[in-house]
Design a protein around this ligand. Structure first.
Ligand SMILES: NC(=O)c1ccc[n+]([C@@H]2O[C@H](COP(=O)([O-])OP(=O)(O)OC[C@H]3O[C@@H](n4cnc5c(N)ncnc54)[C@H](OP(=O)(O)O)[C@@H]3O)[C@@H](O)[C@H]2O)c1
Length: 215
């Protein structure tokens, strides 16, 4: 898939840094927050001035790929009817301080990206950009092949969709590490060794392998 336009839903710490990376990589970027466009205008103008602040509906309509950068507890607010057939990169995490009790928003044994996929039904959800802190995402991009390049893990089902996210992660300045199906996304969740990882592809692979579901 030829990606030209990236839409980011969520104009907070992560969303703004991802907008900066996308702009630097040459994509056109649309970004939305939870309320009126005027609420995010100043932050976008200041921190990612080439991005276009928009409503979530506009972001989805205008973008080839959508990145979710909202608190997980709000995923059921997403306009799933306009996300049909869209490639959605889920960068959200369950984080109890923000989201409250896990059982209030997720089924027992279900990973957060599986819940997002279940809700969005006909969108194609791929998990990526969730395990690295926004400051590391900001500080660590490097050209392909550069010494010390860090890696971002990707979990998703469709071969084509994963390939698109692999290319996108690479263009943002990180080595892509596909780890398997969306179901495997639990390996990247908070509490697992890979969560917070800002390491090379080889080291990240080891951390993903060490994941333990009983944690
Ligand atoms: N911070 C990190 O380092 C980091 C790294 C990787 C992944 N993540 C994950 O990314 C997500 C966002 O984290 P964050 O730190 O960026 O949070 P944040 O700074 O609180 O930003 C969240 C943003 O999402 C917006 N939002 C909330 N509900 C929305 C909705 N229904 N539609 C559109 N926008 C909505 C908020 O708008 P309002 O302010 O108007 O509510 C705000 O702009 C979380 O799931 C987090 O776990 C964070």
């Amino acid at each position: 898939m030829q990606v030209k336009t990236i839409g980011i839903i969520g104009a907070g710490k992560l969303g703004v840094v991802l907008a900066q990376l996308a702009l630097k990589a040459g994509y056109q970027v649309y970004i939305s927050g939870s309320g009126a466009v005027s609420k995010i205008k100043l932050i976008v103008e200041t921190l990612a001035p080439e991005a276009t602040p928009a409503t979530t509906q506009e972001v989805v309509a205008k973008s080839d790929v959508i990145i979710l950068a909202i608190p997980l507890r709000n995923f059921r607010q997403l306009p799933k009817e306009v996300l049909v057939n869209k490639l959605v990169i889920d960068a959200t995490n369950y984080w109890w301080e923000v989201d409250g009790p896990r059982e209030d928003i997720l089924k027992k044994g279900q990973s957060s990206s599986e819940a997002v996929q279940e809700f969005l039904q006909e969108a194609k959800v791929v998990k990526a950009f969730n395990h690295m802190g926004y400051h590391d995402l900001h500080d660590e991009p490097r050209a392909s092949g550069a010494e010390g390049r860090k890696a971002i893990a990707i979990a998703g089902d469709g071969e084509k969709e994963v390939a698109t996210v692999v290319a996108l992660v690479d263009s943002f300045g990180f080595d892509p590490l596909p780890i398997g199906s969306l179901q495997e996304g639990w390996r990247l969740e908070a509490g697992q060794p890979a969560f917070g990882a800002n390491v090379s592809k080889e080291e990240l692979g080891e951390l993903v392998f060490k994941a333990n579901k009983s944690v």
